[in-house]
Every structure is written in structure tokens, then in C-alpha cells.
Write a protein that binds this ligand. Structure first.
Ligand code: GCW
Length: 717
């Protein structure tokens, strides 16, 4: 075939098959062609002479990334040199490998960045200058490379300035709630990406892309399995499967953790007990830990949910959480492993406000946990609600390592149909002052170890990743994975900065796109809070699947019903957690107790979380509580419509497939926001008996109809 005709035919075939369309698979590692001429020439020159100081699997990973990036950004392969001085421009290596070209001060500066830090900038040798990416160990170099590629994509790379960065948190971890049958608890993006059945023999190329994406954010740990754990995870067969994944992740600096089921000694070896003080139980876990380290020498450790929501734990044997955790920690300690024990514990046999139960359990145990134990605490005391005040355990235990658990998957935030950027919510929590242990403490400063000198620090996030081709179900949910990684690396970064970065890497540099997508992202969380749970309302979603509104949900254990949380009656609404109510507020520092006990001083966003107030209580803007609730729900719907209009205005600038995907989901989100507003307002009106303000869109539909809706096949259960 004549060449031009052949090429034209190929082009048409491609257009008709939509090969140019984007579907989100490449995440923020899309490496668009560089448009700015100066940048293109600078980057082109560096990539035309790359020299690696040494050989190791992490440098191989860097090489692969540079190949991909160069091909995509410049349409040509990079050039590697075997000789350091033979036409090289870009040097990649560790501080020690490059010590010859670094002044003593510079070496000390880089050393101080710690094991994951990196420096990039100009170095000179014999009058020639080179651009160098340097870490204290190869993985730091990998982080530096991703940082450099990111700066190219966002057009901020300047070859004459130097840059150093290091994470503020040691363990930056994804928690997968993935079951062995590939279902994902609270997963809304398909099935688990871990194909346990075909592992260890079959290595899905997706595992490498997963590792690349995580490493590009600095995520360095992953717990592969659900915290509602299966004892089979501790079998040799399973360990071999986990080993195969650990081998893939190792060059990317990612350590594997597994969830340990407390009753495994009974289930796997028929022991009569799982009592953490029983010698046979102790021997079982020691044997399991030893075996795991023969398969995975750098195994991270165990993540444990015990004595919560029916999971087995030390309480069954009259032992406490410290006794349970320390026994497992001792098994891991000889290998340098970490035991992460969750503070998400509450019991239906306990009449005490669920909000208080974790503090009641853990405060008396402060200082009793081994050094290699970290207590992983959710951001709030109930459960990943659309907005929660920070968990009162932050600042209350100071002689125990503590770590954060955020939820990236949107269990309570519209799942995979709603566009909700979660970083503003995380930022709000991280920046909140706890006033304990010191007057300037914040949740973030506690996590960074600044308050207690805690050496081992952790931020974990429950993953939103699945087999959907775009990984996260909703294209915009990628921004939450991205933002999680960025905040785990640096809890002081703002959600706004991250939004801008993600947008540029995902949709390119067009100013209008960057600013409008930024607007959508930044207003999306407040919108969701408005149409779901404004003014501190919480846990009023559908039973069990948590999809859609369910303020009427009754039956079964009290703390799984909605009225337990909203307490609406003819007099008013809200959960009284002040000293006159459940007393949960008193678990916070006196400064907070004082301010938040007063319904006129507490930030209104937490009002009904801590107060039961009359329907005619006056809000700051002069509206009554009833009117305020109605206005918030109404505003939520309008905010979604604004997001839709903003998105629609970008049609000509966004890839058609991605545009349409988001457009369709925003339409669903609008319907769901209306559903939330109608159902909640009609339901609460049965208590308030008051009319809706005239100037809101009047809730339509019939409460009985909303109550009758069932979703037996909702995902994620
Ligand atoms: O958020 C709730 C979920 C459960 C989850 C539990 C937990 C893994 O509804 O599905 O179980 O919290 O965090 O342990």
C-alpha cells in the first residue's frame, strides 16, 4: 500500500476505534507532549544523555518511567550513557555515589532529608555542568524523578533552580479492604485488582502501573487485604501470593502489610484459644511471622481490626487491646515489623455513646503498647461521615504511637457516582487545633510526631481502587487517591494546591480548565455535606450499603439506626453530647469543651453533632434551625447544578470520552442530591411540622416512596 494512503487509513481506523480518546487509565502519569518550546528543548537535552550511578532494580524502574515519559512527551526514546563523562546531561544516583561533586555542606543538607528525601539541581565537574537527581538511597532518587517529571508536566521546571523535599510522615499507606474472592468491602470501582487465584504465577501488568502511581505520590506501604480479615491469609499458599506482589512493589519502595485475623490460631491449627497470653498462641504467631519473613524479607507487618463489629479480639479472653497488640508486635519485632492496631472499636453491648468508646478503651492503655505498635485512628469518632469533628483520641494518648486512617473510597460520600474531592475535608481535620498535648497542637502536628517525639509516623487511607479501567470508578475520584498521597507525604500542603496540580496533570495546562476544574473540586465537598448531612447531622444514610438517604432507618442494634444519631423529635433535632447529654464532648481539651458546649459558639458545621436544639433555635444568619436545614439541603442541589454548568462550559477543551463520563455522572449526582434533599426534608418535617421556606425549591415526592426504595445489589457490601 502507498505510504500516505496507508497512514491515512490507519488514522481513520484509529479515530473510528477511538484510540485517541482518554479513559483515565494512565492516571496523572499521562505525560502529554510538551508544548512550551524552551521547556521542550531543556527537557529534550537532559533526556538525550542520562547516566545512572550504578545498577539496581529501582534504577530500572526509573529507566522505565523515563522511557515512557520521553516517548510520550517528546516522541523519542531517551539516550542512556555507560560512561559518566560521555555526553551526559542528567545524572541519577545517591548522595554517596555523587559525593565527589557535592560540597560537604550540600552532602549534609541532603543527608538531613532522611531516607526518602531527594534533591535535584545543578552540579559541576571540571567546568561542565550537569543536572542531578539525588536521593540518600535509590528510592529517594525515584521520588525525585517523579517530582521532576511532574514539574515538567505542570510547566514549573526550571533547570537553574534547585529543589529538595522529604516526607513528613514515615509510613504512607493504602489500606485495601479487598477480600480473597476479589469483592471489595466499600469498593465502588469494580473488583479487587489482586487476582489471588492466578497469583503467584500470573503477574498482571496492572500491578506495575499501580506501583508506579503510588510511588509517584510517595506512597510506600500497602495493606493488601480487608481488615475484616480471613484467617487463610496466614497460610503458606497465600504468603507466596503476597510475596509475588511484594517482589513487584519492592523496586518502587512499597512495602506489603497483611491483615491478621485474631482467631487464626484456632481456625488454622485448631488451637482451643486465641488468648494472646497463651504460649501456644504466642508460638503460632511467632511461627507465622518468621515464615512470612522468609517469603518477604522486608514485610511491613500486620494491620488488625479486633473486637469491633464482630471481629475476634483479645476481649474474648478477658485481655485488653494492649495485650492483644503487643503479642503480635513481639512476633514481628525481631524482623523489624510494625503492628498497626485500629482504634475503630465499639460494641453493641456497650450502652455508652459510640462516640466515646474508643477513648474509653485506649486512654487507660496509653504507654502500655510496645514501641513497634501504632494505633491507627480514624479522622473522626463515628465513621468517615461527610464531615466529622476530629477524633478525641488525638491529643488524649501521648505515650503511644498514633497514626491516621482516612477513607479514600467514598462509602458515605456518594460512592462512585458523586464527584466529591475529599482533600478539603482532610485538610480541615489536619489543621484543627486539639489544644492537647500543647496549646498549639493540631491533628497534623501530632501525626508528624512534633508533639510527642513519636518516631514512627503513619497516615493510612482506605483505597478507592478497583478493576474499572480508570481505576477509581469516577474519573474525579482519582483526585482523592492523588490528594491522599500528597497529604500523607506532607500533611501541611493545602487542598487547593493539590487540586491545581492534579488538574494540570490530568487535563493539561489550559488556564480556563485549570481554574474551572479547580472550582468544581473545591466546592464539591461542601456541596455533598449540604445535600447529605448539613449542620453536623450524621449517619443518616441507607442501611448497610450506606447508599442514599435513610434518616428513618430503624431496627437491629441501636447504633446502626439513623434516629440514634439525629434524635429528631417534636421539640428539635441533634445529638446532645455535652455534659448534660452523653458527655462525649468532655473527651476533648477544656478549650474545646468550653467553646463547643455553647450552641452559639460552636462552629455551625458541628452544631447538631453535639447539640439537640429546638427547631426555632436561631442560627448566625438569623434563620431558624429548621430554615437553615432546608436552605443547606437546597443549596447542596444548586451547588451540584453549578458544578454541572461549569463542566459543560469546558466541553470543547476536554477529551470527549472523559467529558461525557463526567457529564453523565454529574447528572446522576444531581438526581441523587435532589433525592437526598427531598427525602430528608420530608422526613424531618414529620417532626418539625413546619413549612419549608418559600424561596427554596420545594421538596417533591412522597416520603413513603423514598422509604420504600431498596438496593439489594448496591456495591461494596
Ligand atoms: O466504615 C465502616 C464500614 C465497614 C468497615 C468498618 C471498619 C471494614 O461500614 O464496612 O469494615 O467501618 O472500618 O472496620
Amino acid at each position: 500500500m502507498h505510504k500516505p494512503i496507508y497512514l491515512t487509513a490507519l488514522l481513520w481506523l484509529c479515530i473510528s476505534l477511538n484510540c485517541f480518546a482518554k479513559d483515565g487509565y494512565k492516571l496523572w502519569l499521562d505525560y502529554q507532549p510538551i508544548q512550551v518550546p524552551q521547556l521542550k528543548s531543556d527537557v529534550g537535552s537532559l533526556l538525550s544523555g542520562i547516566y545512572f550511578f550504578g545498577e539496581n532494580p529501582t534504577y530500572e524502574a526509573i529507566r522505565n518511567e523515563l522511557n515512557l515519559a520521553s516517548q510520550s512527551m517528546l516522541e523519542k526514546a531517551p539516550v542512556y550513557s555507560k560512561d559518566r563523562l560521555q555526553n551526559t546531561k542528567l545524572w541519577i544516583g545517591t548522595r554517596e555515589q555523587l559525593s565527589q561533586v557535592l560540597s560537604l555542606t550540600k552532602q549534609a543538607e541532603i543527608k538531613a532529608l532522611g531516607e526518602d528525601g531527594f534533591w535535584r539541581g545543578k552540579v559541576e565537574l571540571d567546568g561542565n555542568s550537569f543536572y542531578a537527581i539525588i536521593g540518600n538511597r535509590p528510592v529517594g532518587t525515584l521520588y525525585g524523578t517523579y517530582n521532576w517529571l511532574n514539574s515538567i508536566q505542570s510547566n514549573t521546571f526550571d533547570k537553574s533552580t534547585e529543589l529538595a523535599d522529604a516526607p513528613k510522615i514515615n509510613i504512607r499507606m493504602l489500606n485495601h479492604w479487598d477480600n480473597l474472592d476479589r469483592t471489595v468491602e466499600r469498593g465502588y470501582a469494580g473488583f479487587s485488582i489482586w487476582d489471588w487465584h492466578r497469583l503467584p504465577g500470573y503477574i498482571d501488568p496492572r500491578y506495575v502501573d499501580y506501583a508506579r502511581a503510588n510511588a509517584s505520590l510517595g506512597i510506600n506501604a500497602v495493606s493488601l487485604t480487608n481488615v475484616n480479615a480471613n484467617a487463610l491469609i496466614m497460610t503458606t499458599d497465600f504468603m507466596k501470593k503476597a510475596k509475588a506482589l511484594a517482589d513487584v512493589f519492592r523496586p518502587y519502595g512499597i512495602k506489603v502489610f497483611l491483615t491478621a485475623r485474631f482467631s487464626a490460631p484456632m481456625q488454622l491449627e485448631g488451637l482451643k484459644t486465641a488468648d494472646p497470653l497463651d504460649p501456644e498462641v504466642i508460638a503460632f504467631w511467632k511461627k507465622k511471622a518468621d515464615e512470612l519473613y522468609t517469603h518477604i524479607p522486608d514485610f511491613g507487618g500486620f494491620l488488625v481490626k479486633a473486637n469491633s463489629e464482630g471481629q475476634p479480639g483479645p476481649h474474648e479472653y478477658g485481655r485488653n487491646h494492649a495485650e492483644g497488640a503487643n503479642m503480635l508486635a513481639d512476633a514481628l519485632a525481631p524482623h523489624g515489623g510494625v503492628l498497626i492496631w485500629r482504634a475503630f472499636v465499639y460494641s453493641h453491648e456497650d450502652e455508652v455513646d459510640r462516640h466515646m468508646q474508643a477513648n474509653n478503651e485506649f486512654e487507660p492503655l496509653d504507654g502500655k503498647f510496645k514501641d513497634n505498635v501504632i494505633i491507627q485512628i480514624k479522622n473522626g469518632a463515628i465513621d468517615f461521615q461527610p464531615r466529622e469533628p476530629f477524633h478525641p483520641l488525638y491529643g488524649a494518648i501521648n505515650e503511644t504511637n498514633v497514626g491516621m486512617e482516612f477513607q479514600i473510597t467514598q462509602e458515605y460520600l456518594g460512592q462512585a457516582t458523586n464527584l466529591v474531592y475529599l482533600a478539603p475535608m482532610w485538610e480541615e481535620v489536619l489543621k484543627t487545633k486539639t489544644y492537647k498535648p500543647s496549646p498549639v497542637s493540631t491533628v497534623g502536628s501530632i501525626l508528624e510526631g512534633k508533639e510527642t517525639g513519636q518516631k514512627m509516623t503513619l497516615i493510612a487511607g482506605v483505597s478507592n481502587i478497583g478493576t474499572d479501567h480508570n481505576w477509581t470508578g469516577h474519573l474525579f475520584a482519582q483526585s482523592n487517591w492523588f490528594a491522599f498521597g500528597k497529604m500523607a507525604w506532607n500533611p501541611e500542603v493545602t487542598s487547593h494546591e493539590i487540586a491545581e496540580e492534579w488538574t494540570k496533570l490530568t487535563f493539561g495546562l489550559d488556564r480556563e480548565v485549570v481554574s474551572k476544574v479547580g472550582e468544581i473540586l473545591m466546592e464539591s465537598h461542601e456541596a455533598a455535606v449540604d445535600y447529605m448531612t448539613p449542620l453536623g447531622l450524621h449517619h443518616i444514610m441507607g442501611r448497610s450499603h450506606h447508599y442514599g438517604p435513610g434518616p428513618w432507618v430503624m431496627g437491629g442494634r441501636a447504633d446502626w439506626t439513623a434516629p440514634y444519631y439525629h434524635q429528631a423529635d417534636s421539640l428539635g433535632i441533634g445529638f446532645d453530647r455535652t455534659g448534660e447529654g452523653s458527655g462525649a464532648l468532655e473527651q476533648y481539651a477544656p478549650e474545646i469543651v468550653k467553646k463547643w458546649s455553647d450552641p452559639n459558639q460552636i462552629p455551625e458545621k458541628y452544631l447538631l453533632w453535639f447539640h439537640h436544639l429546638p427547631w426555632d433555635f436561631q442560627l448566625k444568619d438569623g434563620n431558624t434551625l429548621w430554615e437553615g436545614i432546608a436552605y443547606h439541603y437546597d443549596r447542596g442541589v444548586k451547588e451540584v447544578r453549578e458544578m454541572q454548568a461549569t463542566w459543560a462550559s469546558l466541553e470543547s477543551k476536554i477529551d470527549p470520552e472523559e467529558f461525557d463520563h463526567v457529564k453523565q455522572l454529574l447528572e446522576i449526582q444531581e438526581e441523587e442530591a435532589e433525592w437526598w434533599r427531598n427525602a430528608c426534608l420530608l422526613y424531618f418535617q414529620t417532626f418539625s411540622k413546619l413549612p419549608f421556606p418559600d424561596d427554596i425549591e420545594q421538596p417533591e415526592g412522597d416520603l413513603e416512596y423514598y422509604k420504600s426504595l431498596q438496593f439489594p445489589n448496591a456495591p461494596g457490601i
